[in-house]
Ligand binder design. Structure first.
Ligand SMILES: Nc1ncnc2c1ncn2[C@@H]1O[C@H](COP(=O)(O)OP(=O)(O)OP(=O)(O)O)[C@@H](O)[C@H]1O
Ligand SMILES: [Mg+2]
Length: 252
């Protein structure tokens, strides 16, 4: 990988009582990639993302985001740096439209009394925000549903709305835990195609946990495989599936 990593973990260890959920985990998520994190149930994937996003504190080790030490920082700080995890994104307002939901998530200059004096400025910003929102809706494939109230959306569309809101909030790295869970094969492929468009069109990096490896591997640039708290393999998708240790973990 040529590009500098956006996220680095160095020797992360996390124990729950006597259970070592993460055992000296070091990995790097390269910039502008879809990096896949796979492994059987209980491997430690979600725990690792929890540690990286500040939901859990590690017992040992260090997490760096864009070269900044973020170990043990509270989740909202890490979020404000642009490292966004899917479940951190507030639930959509069900009676607001798709467009409104994305607009709400967008960072704006606010509506202070002073700012309202500069109505022109404010209007300009509103227009820019709406344009930006449409650009985001387009890449996530929700453009034509812009005026739908969100309770009318299906499960897969809600996931894409979540991604849209994260992008609006200024995400530079998105961590998604099973983004295609509960969707059929064709919509699952569509979601990954959208993620690829987001990566290329907006320049966001993605760290994706996924169980449906057959689908996810087609879209991944880089793969980490975990088992029982450790990274057991890493590399390009083609090399990783050929790795005998990976086959052993998946086939038993
Ligand atoms: N808060 C917790 N308290 C105690 N044990 C936990 C806690 N969170 C996770 N564990 C344990 O840590 C281990 C790793 O769990 P984790 O959820 O990270 O695995 P995972 O790879 O995400 O699995 P899955 O694919 O099933 O989501 C498991 O044995 C789990 O039971
Ligand atoms: Mg998990």
């Amino acid at each position: 990988m040529v590009s500098a990593p956006i996220l680095v973990t160095k020797g992360i260890t996390k124990r729950f009582g006597g259970l070592t959920a993460l055992d000296n985990v070091s990995l790097a998520v390269p910039q502008n990639t879809i990096t896949l994190l796979i492994g059987p149930n209980g491997a430690g994937k979600t725990t690792l993302v929890n540690v990286c996003t500040g939901v859990l504190k590690p017992d040992y080790g260090r997490v760096e985001f864009n070269g900044i030490d973020i170990t043990g920082l509270p989740p909202y700080r890490i979020y404000s740096y642009g490292f966004v995890r899917s479940f951190q994104i507030p639930q959509p307002f069900r009676t607001l439209t798709v467009l409104e939901n994305v607009l709400v998530a967008m960072k704006s200059g606010g509506e202070s009394p002073l700012r309202s004096l500069f109505k022109k400025l404010w209007l300009k910003e509103e227009c820019e925000n709406i344009e930006k929102t449409f650009r985001i809706l387009k890449v996530v494939g929700l453009e034509r549903y812009w005026d739908w109230e969100t309770y009318k959306l299906g499960a897969g569309q809600l996931k894409m709305l979540e991604v849209a809101r994260a992008l609006a909030a200024g995400a530079k790295l998105l961590a998604l835990d099973e983004p295609i869970g509960g969707t059929d094969v064709s919509y699952a492929n569509k979601i990954f195609e959208n993620l690829r468009t987001i990566k290329e069109g907006i320049g966001v990096s993605l760290l994706v946990i996924e169980h449906r490896v057959d689908i996810a591997l087609k879209y991944a640039d880089y793969v980490y495989v975990m088992d029982r708290g450790r990274v057991i393999a890493e590399g390009n998708p083609n090399d990783v599936i050929k790795n005998p240790r990976v086959a052993e973990v998946y086939l038993g």
